[in-house]
Design a protein around this ligand. Structure first.
Ligand code: ATP
Length: 315
């Protein structure tokens, strides 16, 4: 089984307990571990894969909480860094008009420094670039790009999830799109939400969007469609793979569970080139990944709701 290195942010989500309040009125908040790449690493480990988290948290109690959370999920955090800057914090609430109210206090995640010794460990392994904060500047942006270049040179299997956040890019969406392009060009697998596929391609129709995105370079595209399942676009597929029926209560982290489950399965494939030519394999993997996403919606929270292998087998 290959190792999966997940690079990006790990942060605290302070979620307002009483929804329907904007942040100016919210009084009680629950402390949750957040950060898409950290969720993906946890999803992989919970399914008994080998995952590493590469990111930076503060040398403060929140950083300790986050490191302990990942360790409890058996994620290898030996490559994670701590800095003297405070841990990155996000405060989230659902305002009365149904819109998400969001305040972001960026700290240690941006300070991830490049470790030249990791290059040799990437050889023939899997790297997942899924940071929502990676294109927001700071040392992280440079480190992210350097690891990406090293992944290309190391013959790693590269996975990319742009993790677009409206709250972070309002009014500068075009900058975000430009920053994604080199990653889409050289990644073997890209995971998009429908909104991301449309934003980056400038096309409304899903097939047109995928044609454009394949044209940039990537071979396998998954467009996650919530309860509808996933549109899989690859050399052998252009179709929606349906999900299972569930009663969702909170969709946070479904996309991370999906890509985590897909990468765990890919980590067990000896010859990844077969993914590009043998149609049945990829389809079965996406079916499983859909289940992982669906199960995650059945409970509140992201990391807390990720399925283990037994839950996945039963679904
Ligand atoms: P995120 O919101 O975590 O950034 P996302 O928008 O990519 O991610 P979704 O499309 O909500 O994620 O979900 C990922 C996958 O989980 C879907 O492709 C689907 O297979 C499964 N899934 C999500 N919601 C449901 C649901 N209500 N019923 C069944 N399956 C679901």
């Amino acid at each position: 089984m290959k190792n999966v290195f997940c690079i990006g942010e790990l942060l605290i989500d302070f979620v307002a307990e009483k929804q329907g309040n904007d942040l100016s009125k919210a009084t009680n908040f629950s402390k949750k571990a957040g950060g898409a790449p950290a969720n993906v690493a946890s999803a992989i480990s919970k399914l008994e894969g080998n995952s590493y988290f590469i990111g930076c948290v503060g040398n403060d109690p929140f950083g300790t909480f986050l490191m302990n959370t990942l360790k409890n999920y058996r994620v290898d955090v030996s490559l994670a860094q701590r800095s003297n800057t405070f841990t990155t914090l996000a405060f989230v609430s659902l305002a009365e008009d149904g819109e998400r109210d969001f305040v972001f206090s960026r700290g240690a995640d941006k300070e991830l420094t490049h470790d030249p010794n990791l290059k040799s460990r990437f050889k023939d392994q899997i790297l997942h670039f899924g940071a929502a904060t990676s294109f927001l500047g700071g040392q992280l942006e440079e480190t992210y790009s350097r690891y990406f270049q090293e992944a290309i040179l190391s013959d790693s299997f590269i996975s990319f999830d742009p993790n677009f956040r409206t709250d972070l890019w309002k009014g500068t969406e075009d900058v975000f799109v430009q920053k994604c392009l080199p990653f889409i060009k050289k990644s073997h697998l890209c995971k998009f939400s429908l909104e991301e596929a449309q934003l980056i391609s400038g096309k409304d129709n899903i097939e047109d969007a995928c044609t454009y995105l394949h044209g940039l370079g990537t071979k396998i595209i998954t467009v996650t469609l919530g309860g509808e399942g996933t549109y899989l676009s690859s050399p052998t597929h252009k179709k929606i793979i349906p999900s299972i029926k569930v009663n969702p209560v909170d969709t946070t982290g479904a996309g991370d569970a999906f890509i985590g489950c897909l990468l765990k399965q890919i980590s067990q494939v000896k010859e990844v080139d077969t993914l590009f030519s043998e149609s049945a394999i990829l389809e079965k993997m996406v079916e499983q990944a859909n289940k992982a996403g669906a199960i995650t919606t059945m409970n509140y929270g992201a990391i807390e709701s990720l399925p283990d292998q037994t839950q996945l087998d039963k679904a």
